[in-house]
Ligand binder design. Structure first.
Ligand code: NDP
Ligand code: OXD
Length: 309
């Protein structure tokens, strides 16, 4: 059994070790040293060159190293009929929940305002708002959004979510579909975007969406950059319609040197680190799925390529 492995963002060694610990007999081929393409049964990849995956005639499964599969679905030559499995592992979920909680608390507790005051040496209290009076809205109530919602409820926030289909999560008000979008935005003091990138979600956070949020709302953008119309976000921040934003993902990454977000006083910029797939949990997920397939059981977390997530 040969597994092609392509991971070019600097953490490849720990993945190689974790895979071989779990399955010492694994024939691991690190891209681009692939050998005979016909040997490759499985691919575990981050952003393969477009057209690359179609050159493996016996490929059985494509595993995405990321939860988001936009780096695969953007390949017009993705081999038809080969299942794509997105990443689900406890470290990735926990990391995202930590980041969402931290960011929601940051905006909830007026930390942008205190940072601005501190730069001017101003000692001034801002009235604290009880968590129960703060309405947090999470776009995307999947693996990551669902976990973050549950933990925000535990902290006492008034939590709602928006998804494609209705959800029944304890303590979370569910909105769904096009009809639910504006009512959901109308009650989101802090909006968290945890949607996958699809044609439907591209540009979803635009001037119309920002106008539907309560005056002075905040945004935590951790889905994918192209979901935000950046010019509209800047206008909403500059006008004071939005109080602040935490931005982890951007239309262009790395964020260009001259982006106005870097120095914007109402913006926290971080370099797409809201969460990271952890080697051990991810490799266990992949090896477990391979064993399932080889035992004739269904794969877990196969992506619906028609829906794009
Ligand atoms: P899931 O596939 O588990 O969940 C996606 C959610 O989005 C579902 O609730 C789905 O609704 C909803 N959704 C999708 N399209 C629409 C739409 N058009 N309208 C309304 N709701 C929609 O994904 P995850 O929770 O695992 O991950 C979400 C995204 O987070 C990833 O795709 C990735 O882009 C991003 N991410 C970012 C990271 C970072 O570090 N910044 C790290 C990891 C992920 P339904 O349930 O009805 O299908
Ligand atoms: C992911 C990501 O999708 O890190 O997993 O963005």
């Amino acid at each position: 059994m040969a597994l092609l492995f392509k991971f070019d963002i600097g953490r490849g060694d720990s993945w190689r070790r974790a895979l071989l610990e779990l399955d010492p007999g694994l024939d691991l081929r690190a891209w681009p040293e692939v050998g005979d393409p016909a040997d490759i049964d499985y691919a575990l990849v981050w952003r393969p060159p477009p057209g690359e995956l179609k050159s493996y005639p016996n490929l059985k499964v494509i595993f995405s190293i990321f939860a988001g599969i936009d780096h695969l679905s953007s390949d017009p030559e993705l081999p038809a009929g080969v299942p794509v499995v997105r990443m689900v592992e406890p470290g990735l979920t926990a990391g995202m929940t930590e980041f969402v909680l931290m960011s929601v608390l940051y905006h909830h507790r007026f930390m942008l305002d205190y940072a601005a005051q501190a730069r001017k040496h101003i000692w001034r209290e801002i009235d604290q708002v009880p968590a129960g009076d703060r309405r947090v809205g999470i776009m995307g109530l999947g693996v990551l959004g669902g976990d973050a919602a549950e933990k925000l409820v535990a902290l006492g926030f008034d939590v709602a979510g928006w998804s494609g289909s209705p959800k029944d999560l304890p303590g979370v008000t569910s909105f769904h579909g096009a009809d639910g979008f504006l009512p959901f935005l109308n009650r989101s003091d802090i909006l968290v975007c945890l949607l996958p990138l699809t044609p439907e979600t591209t540009g979803i956070l635009d001037a119309r969406a920002f106008a539907a949020l309560p005056e002075g709302a905040s945004l935590v953008s951790v889905g994918r950059g192209p979901q935000v119309v950046e010019a509209d976000l800047l206008a909403a921040l500059d006008s004071g319609r939005l109080n602040g934003a935490t931005l982890d993902v951007f239309r262009d990454e790395p964020l260009p040197e001259d982006s106005p977000f870097w120095d914007h006083p109402r913006v926290v910029v971080v370099p797409h680190i809201a969460s990271m797939t952890m080697a051990r949990g991810a490799c266990a997920f992949v090896i477990d799925n391979i064993r399932r397939l080889e035992a004739g059981q269904p794969l877990l977390h196969v992506v619906d390529l028609d829906k794009g997530y």
